[in-house]
Write a protein that binds this ligand. Structure first.
Ligand SMILES: Cc1cc2nc3c(=O)[nH]c(=O)nc-3n(C[C@H](O)[C@H](O)[C@H](O)COP(=O)(O)OP(=O)(O)OC[C@H]3O[C@@H](n4cnc5c(N)ncnc54)[C@H](O)[C@@H]3O)c2cc1C
Length: 490
């Protein structure tokens, strides 16, 4: 339903007639034909005015960056952030960047690479907002999720402007916790469904050292890109091991010695998807790699700051892998494959291929915990998949799980997949049962689980009734009930 003329005019006065729309021919190109209107603010003051107008008329609103995800209610004011696309500052000395919501990762990365800097790129990819938190390929050396946010500018659901951390007292962006108000626990940022109500208008994110080239010389066309040569002092390898335990010991030692820029516990089906140029190719490569692998494995990228540093990292990597009885998969050492894996996994264009690889829909359970516990959980969840593979309900994807280290292995993250045919009711039911049981196991065995789906009352009670606190918080911040109902799952 379109907005009343009066409200439409008020919003139009804020952003200008060019930057508001409720045309039924245009609305479906956003997230649906039943939106109230789309508005495109240019700055924080306009965002604040829009939010205040929504409060006055008790109209719900949602802010959207690139719109990769998120489901939106009917009749809302859809705040399209695409005009707020400025890189405000890249602070080389203190290693942070201040950006607006519609700066996408690819843009910020290109600017940072030139200065020998980099940041955590969420696995969703380089065309998503660089400002919203996430995790992915580079977590081993750049940490992940909310660990990378420093000070934030936030328009609350009532339309107040809150400047968190150092920004609140010194006008500087270097710290998210102080001096000044630290509201880090509330500003969980926006990875659905954990969406903070209100609108983020600027954020400082941490930058890290980048030892790679200032620019990749990518050639070719999608889906087959190539690099003319492997970048100097960089190397990518996939190692497979006789057992999960051996693999895990190697992962821990690599983390302790801070050898890898990336350490991603792919299964071979995900590797195949990153090399393939079509589904048939994907199946062929997967079958070949599945035969070639010794057992479970992981993918690494190392990057040396100098010839000597590279030689040291390579030697240490090879020794640690050898002592854990791991072996490099020879066919992946081909420089064309190696080069493109380096580019895809650091830029990050890899996840989209992994997620939509051939073989059907998937269900996944993400778990984050102390590194040893995630592995322990994943081994059990992988074993529980075997009867489903045997019964033909799910695809054998060549490995129990995929997991990766965060902050050189201080924390471990695991996501375990079940690939299945969504049209097969039996398979769907079996996967749902597996998912529920293994999610529950994660909690019962005291791992921290990022639970997807319904969370039972005893789990909520055991986790300090976080659901009640979240509801109380959002009511306090959003008395008119106009902001997106996100937050932790309740
Ligand atoms: C194929 C695929 C793979 C993925 N893989 C990963 C992964 O490996 N790691 C990972 O971390 N995530 C992953 N995701 C989830 C991903 O993080 C989000 O999809 C991503 O953040 C969305 O893009 P965006 O950042 O541009 O946000 P949008 O899609 O625009 O928004 C995401 C949510 O944040 C809200 N939002 C947007 N902008 C603002 C703002 N300025 N203020 C307040 N709220 C706002 C939106 O309302 C929405 O609910 C994946 C998603 C897909 C579809």
């Amino acid at each position: 339903m379109a907005l009343s003329k009066e409200i439409y005019r008020e919003l139009e006065d804020i952003v200008g007639e060019e930057f508001i729309c409720s045309d039924p021919a245009i609305m479906p190109s956003y997230h649906g034909s039943d939106l109230g209107a789309v508005v495109l603010p240019e700055n924080t003051v306009q965002v604040q005015a829009i939010v205040k107008t929504c409060n006055r008329y008790k109209l719900q609103f949602s802010a959207v960056a690139t719109g990769w995800t998120g489901s939106f209610k009917k009749d809302i004011v859809y705040i399209d952030m695409r005009r707020m696309n400025r890189i405000i500052e890249i602070n080389e000395k203190n290693m942070y960047a201040v950006i607006e919501p519609y700066v996408i990762t690819a843009e910020l990365q290109a600017e940072c690479f030139k200065k020998g800097l980099h940041f955590n790129v969420k696995g969703a990819g380089s065309n998503c907002s660089a400002m919203l938190r996430g995790h992915g390929h580079l977590d081993q050396s750049t940490s992940g999720d909310d660990r990378n946010h420093l000070a934030i500018e936030w328009v609350t659901p009532e339309g107040e402007i809150v400047r968190s951390g150092a920004l609140g007292s010194t006008d500087e962006w270097f710290c998210g916790d102080g001096p000044g108000p630290s509201i880090r626990a509330i500003l969980t940022s926006a990875v659905p469904p954990g969406v903070t109500p209100g609108v983020f208008t600027k954020a400082a994110i941490k930058l890290y050292h980048w030892a790679g080239p200032p620019k990749y010389d990518i050639q070719g066309l999608s889906p087959k890109y190539t690099l003319p040569e492997v970048p100097k002092n960089m190397m990518a390898r996939y190692y497979s091991f006789p057992s999960v335990e051996k693999m895990w010991q190697a992962e821990i030692r690599l983390g302790e010695n801070e050898i890898c820029m990336e350490l991603m516990g792919f299964n071979v089906s995900m590797v195949a998807a990153n090399i393939a140029t079509c589904n048939e190719d994907d199946e062929r490569i997967f079958k070949r790699l599945n035969k070639e692998k010794k057992g479970p494995g992981f993918f690494v990228i190392i990057a040396g700051n100098s010839d000597n540093d590279f030689a040291f990292k390579k030697k240490a990597l090879e020794q640690i892998v050898r002592e854990a009885e791991g072996e490099s998969m020879k066919s992946l050492e081909d420089p064309e494959t190696e080069g493109i894996l380096i580019a895809q996994c650091t830029r990050v264009t890899a996840s989209i291929r992994e997620t939509f690889r051939a073989g059907g829909a998937f269900s996944s359970i993400p778990i984050m915990s102390q590194r040893d516990l995630t592995i322990k959980w994943a081994i059990g969840a992988g074993e529980a998949k075997l009867p489903l593979i045997k019964a033909g309900h799910i695809v054998d994807d060549g490995g129990a799980f995929f997991g990766w280290g965060v902050e050189q292995g201080h924390v471990g993250k695991t996501e375990i997949f079940c690939k299945f045919d969504p049209a097969n009711e039996k398979a769907k039911a079996a996967v749902e049962k597996w998912s529920k049981e293994q999610g529950r196991r994660a909690f019962d065995e005291s791992y921290f689980a990022l639970m997807m789906g319904e969370v039972s009352d005893d789990i909520k009670a055991n986790m300090c009734h976080y659901d009640k606190w979240w509801i109380a918080l959002t009511r306090a911040f959003d008395p008119n009930d106009v902001a997106p109902q996100g937050g932790p799952l309740v």
